[in-house]
Design a binder for this molecule. Structure first.
Ligand SMILES: *[C@@H]1O[C@H](CO)[C@@H](O)[C@H](O)[C@H]1NC(C)=O
Ligand SMILES: *[C@@H]1O[C@H](CO)[C@@H](O)[C@H](O)[C@H]1NC(C)=O
Length: 988
């Protein structure tokens, strides 16, 4: 038999026999063919070839079309028994043009299958000539480079079973295909035979009812519906239920802004449902999970979509379950273990909680598992039966307990293990180091303890990332590490490792890019034996904070260093010139803060041009402040002894700056006008200097500042600023200056204001009632000015109404109005300020009784009402008695505990002497950390505006508050939680 076939092929050497035309029609590939080809059709193809523009060295099919070669071996062409072309596949030939209505292609009337996908018919319209190919069953023009309106002639192809006009890879500048006129309904109305409709990326712009009805009324046999990124809107209309043969629904990246309809659960042949990034809300119908044929379910990135996992029966087809970034919640049921065919499970960033079921160990086909960013607790189950697993990500949960070695037996395909940010404890799971495919071990921010013992490094080890930072590991760093030849990233920071480290021993790790040993009990010896060799050849990031360094390591030959952190050491003396020449200026981030450095080596030419983050704070640097790096985004010179004025042209260097601090120096003179160039500035801190003159109003009027801290200087004049309508200010601290006049009412535009401290100036105004609409205000300090009139706000603008309304300042933590001329009563509505922790109204002319409502203030830990004209008895039986008498002294009419004067008919019997010096200062040192005084934070901001990749990377290094200020991240919830925690701690 075999011989006969062979002989037959021998006698018909030019053509293979036509076979499987049906297969070809479905797949669009032209396989096999007839031995006949008609001369007419042959020359039509040659004409077509001559009209097309393509590169002969790239195209693989067109180049075989040649008179000298038998037509049956022409690539991508398929002839029927009568010698007609029935199948033409010119996909991926990089054809760039020359295609129009007169193309000879449209004379190939017998064509049944045509594939022109992946070419670039440069942004021309789809020619109407396609309408002449009335026999087409398969038409694929996806990513062919066509654009503009899809012509009505396509709708004349009534035999079409598959049409694909998707454009997924848009080139910028090329307009998308669109279905406007004709619209979707007109396109499909005659295509009764259609089984597959692929229009991904086509601008359809239709409402839910419109597109659903267009499909259900015209293409009842549709099996594959693929309309991703089509500008469809919702809700998905019930008429769609008519498409009972549907097996694939892919509608990613549309905006339905509505719930998922339950009837999708009635499709008995549904295998794929992809609704990622569709703005879905409401609760996902559980019924859909129960469709027995369902293999792929992707609902990811629908942040308002709620739902929970049902019980899963045995023998389900589910292969891929992707629910990341939704509001799915509740537990993962034990019956998840029934999904024996599951290869992919992604539940990242949802609200799941409870333990990770042990039954997941039954998911032996699992390849990819991401359960990160939920509230899972309890132990990590063993996945050792899932031999195909390549990725396990359980990071950012509340998992606890030990990780046993048996968990990892046989996971020979595991590439990534991410268990960061949990509460795992016990000793390090050393077994991991023997897994042959493992590239990334990420265990940071857990409670692993004990030694990191020596281990056997297998010759096949491909480990490239080892992140053990922020655990409780101790003892020496094992030398086995130096045999991990593929290591790129080694982070051992924030542990308790001890011993002496020879930095030069890391030279063995030729591929090391990132080395962090910061914050251990290590002593680093950074001297070089062979000074011509770079200390660490490929290193881009080196972090040796708090490593007991006494001198700067010689890094002058490092060729690619971009990030260097040597903060918190005992490095003294001069900052050498070579530091600016590292890697010919590759350095982008330098942190030398918290050392004993005194000056910069002369001649000081200039900083590395790429240096974007420079942190020199808390040293002993003196003299002229160095002109900041040209493109810096973060500059911190605070807490030194610089004693110059600010250079006049400072603004030129600040055009990309987000953060600039000169706080706690001896800077004199005024703020130069050029600072107005610093239009991106988010944090400006010049506090604790001797600056004088007027504060340039552009700082405020530029409108980007979140923190302006100028406290403890000698600024004078009135603040006649116009706060912009879109004011982003969160902290305004002008305490202890010589400012006068009124508070501009436009400050009320700053709806995000949290701290307003105007204390110790010469301001002369009424109580700034209009602040009450700023719901975020937490600290209001007006102490020691010339404020006068009643405290609080009139209920209406009736003259003489009792000022009462204080209740709007609901988030206020600190209120200090002391040392002013306020008169009238303490408004009883002050009792509504439930968050108040510190209240100082001392040394005013307040009269009347202490309102009993003050006792409502459960969080109050500082109270000073001394030296007023208050009368009557101190309200009893509540927290007010827990304050010392100093809180009430100097009010002649006041009586009752804790004062010495007992009450008789509500008046004091004996008077206390007027003590002074019992003033209670607001304890700024406690408050400061949580209100955004960011000086002194050893944190790092990169050229955030410019480079998104770095922004993502460095985000995790940035303090939450600072990042919120600088990046505008919405961390409100996280900070709120931490704040509450801190408040609790302070009260303990
Ligand atoms: C579902 O698929 C099966 C097998 O492919 C087919 O026989 C059946 O007709 C389909 N059901 C519907 C409603 O189209
Ligand atoms: C879904 O979002 C739309 C648009 O925002 C809203 O009108 C509708 O009430 C929401 N439905 C549910 C169930 O949340």
């Amino acid at each position: 038999m075999r011989i006969i076939v062979f002989l037959w092929l021998f006698f018909l050497p030019l053509c293979s026999v036509l076979f499987g035309i049906n297969i070809a029609l479905v797949s669009g590939e032209c396989l096999g063919g007839s031995r006949l080809c008609l001369e007419d059709e042959r020359s039509l193809l040659l004409q077509l070839k001559n009209s097309l523009k393509f590169k002969p060295n790239v195209a693989v099919k067109l180049v075989t079309w040649n008179e000298s070669v038998g037509c049956c071996s022409w690539g991508g062409v398929n002839w029927d028994a009568n010698g007609h072309v029935v199948c033409l596949d010119l996909s991926s030939e990089l054809i760039s043009g020359g295609f129009n209505n007169f193309s000879s292609l449209f004379s190939l009337r017998y064509l049944q299958s045509l594939n022109l996908a992946n070419n670039s018919f440069n942004s021309s319209q789809i020619p109407s000539g396609f309408g002449k190919l009335g026999n087409l069953v398969y038409l694929n023009l996806s990513d062919a480079g066509f654009s503009g309106q899809i012509p009505i002639e396509i709708s004349h192809l009534t035999r079409l079973a598959t049409i694909d006009l998707s454009s997924i890879y848009y080139l910028t500048g090329i307009p998308k295909l669109k279905l406007e006129n004709p619209n979707l309904r007109m396109l499909v109305q005659n295509l009764k035979e259609l089984r597959e409709l692929h229009l991904n990326g086509v601008n359809i712009l239709a409402q839910g009812k419109e597109w659903c009805q267009a499909l259900s009324s015209s293409v009842p046999n549709l099996q594959v519906l693929s309309l991703s990124s089509c500008h469809l809107s919702g809700p998905i209309h019930s008429s769609l239920e008519k498409l009972q043969s549907i097996s694939t629904i892919c509608l990613n990246d549309n905006n339905f802004a509505s719930p998922v309809p339950e009837f999708l659960g009635n499709f008995s042949n549904l295998t794929q449902l992809k609704l990622s990034s569709c703005g879905l809300n409401g609760t996902f119908p559980e019924k859909i999970f129960q469709v027995p044929t369902l293999q792929i379910l992707d609902l990811s990135n629908n942040r308002l979509l709620e739902g929970s996992l049902p019980e899963f029966p045995q023998n389900r087809s589910l292969d891929s379950l992707v629910l990341s970034d939704t509001k799915f919640s509740g537990k993962v049921p034990d019956s998840i273990g029934n999904l024996k065919r599951l290869t992919r499970i992604e539940l990242a960033g949802c609200n799941f909680s409870g333990p990770i079921p042990n039954s997941m160990a039954n998911l032996t086909q699992l390849v990819y598992m991401d359960l990160s960013g939920n509230a899972f607790f309890g132990p990590v189950p063993s996945f050792s039966l899932s031999k195909n697993l390549t990725r396990i990500d359980l990071s950012h949960n509340h998992l606890a307990g030990q990780i046993l070695s048996s968990h990892w037996d046989g996971l020979e395909n595991l590439v990534t293990l991410d268990l960061r940010n949990n509460s795992l404890n016990g000793s390090l799971p050393m077994h991991l180091f023997s897994l042959s495919s493992l590239q990334k071990i990420q265990l940071s921010n857990n409670q692993f303890s004990g030694p990191f013992s020596e281990f056997e490094v297998k010759s096949f080890s491909v480990l490239d990332t080892l992140d053990l930072s922020s655990n409780n590991l101790e003892g020496p760093i094992p030398v086995s590490l130096f045999d991990l030849q593929h290591l790129n990233i080694l982070d051992l920071s924030f542990n308790k490792f001890n011993g002496t480290v020879e930095l030069s021993s890391y030279q063995k790790l030729r591929n090391l890019f990132t080395l962090s040993l910061s914050y251990n009990n290590l002593s680093i010896n950074a001297s070089v034996r062979n000074p011509t060799l770079p200390l660490l050849s490929n290193l881009t990031t080196l972090k040796l904070a708090s490593c007991k360094l006494r001198t700067l390591p010689d890094l002058s030959t490092q060729s690619g260093l971009t990030y260097l952190d040597l903060s918190d050491n005992q490095i003294h003396g001069t900052i050498p010139n070579w530091i600016w020449k590292i890697g010919n200026g590759s350095l982008m981030h330098l942190n030398l803060s918290h050392n004993l450095l005194e000056d910069l080596q002369e001649p000081f030419s200039n900083f590395t041009p790429d240096l974007s983050s420079l942190d020199l704070h808390s040293n002993q640097l003196h003299g002229q402040i160095p002109t900041p790096p040209q493109f810096s985004s973060y500059v911190d010179y605070s807490n030194n002894s610089f004693n110059s004025s600010i250079p006049d042209d400072i603004g030129i260097y600040m055009s990309f700056a987000l953060f600039f601090s000169l706080s706690k120096n001896n800077i004199t003179g005024s703020i130069p006008r050029s600072i107005c160039n610093a239009t991106y500035l988010r944090v400006l801190d010049f506090s604790d200097n001797t600056l004088s003159g007027k504060i340039p109003s552009c700082l405020i009027e530029n409108g980007n500042l979140a923190v302006l801290n100028l406290r403890r200087n000698k600024f004078s004049g009135a603040i006649l600023w116009e706060f912009p309508g879109e004011c982003l200010l969160q902290t305004l601290d002008l305490n202890r200056n010589l400012l006068r006049g009124k508070i501009p009412e436009s400050l009320g535009n700053c709806k995000a204001l949290e701290v307003l401290n105007l204390g110790n100036n010469r301001m002369n105004d009424n109580f700034p009632c209009w602040l009450k609409n700023i719901s975020s205000l937490r600290v209001l300090v007006l102490r020691a000015n010339k404020f006068h009139g009643p405290i609080g706000c009139p209920k209406s603008n009736f003259e003489g109404d009792i000022p009462e309304v204080m209740g709007n300042f609901t988030s206020l933590n600190v209120l200090n109005l002391s040392h002013n001329g306020f008169t009238g009563q303490i408004p009883s509505s002050i009792g509504n300020l439930r968050q108040l922790e510190s209240l100082d109204l001392s040394r005013n002319w307040l009269s009347g009784e202490i309102p009993t409502q003050l006792a409502n203030l459960n969080f109050l830990s500082v109270l000073n009402l001394s030296f007023n004209q208050l009368v009557g008895s101190i309200p009893t039986g509540n927290q007010l008695q827990t304050f010392s008498e100093n809180s009430f002294l100097g009010n002649r009419g006041l009586c009752g505990f804790p004062l010495n004067a007992s009450c008789k008919d509500g008046t004091p019997q004996t008077f206390d002497d007027r003590h002074s010096g019992s003033r209670m200062e607001i304890k700024w040192k406690y408050i400061a950390p949580e209100i955004g005084f960011v000086t002194g934070l050893g944190v790092v901001i990169w050229p955030l505006v410019l480079c998104r990749r770095w922004r993502k990377y460095y985000y995790k290094h940035v303090d939450g508050i600072l990042s919120r200020i600088l990046l505008g991240q919405d961390q409100g919830r996280a900070n709120g939680g931490r704040r509450a925690h801190r408040i609790r701690r302070r009260r303990m």
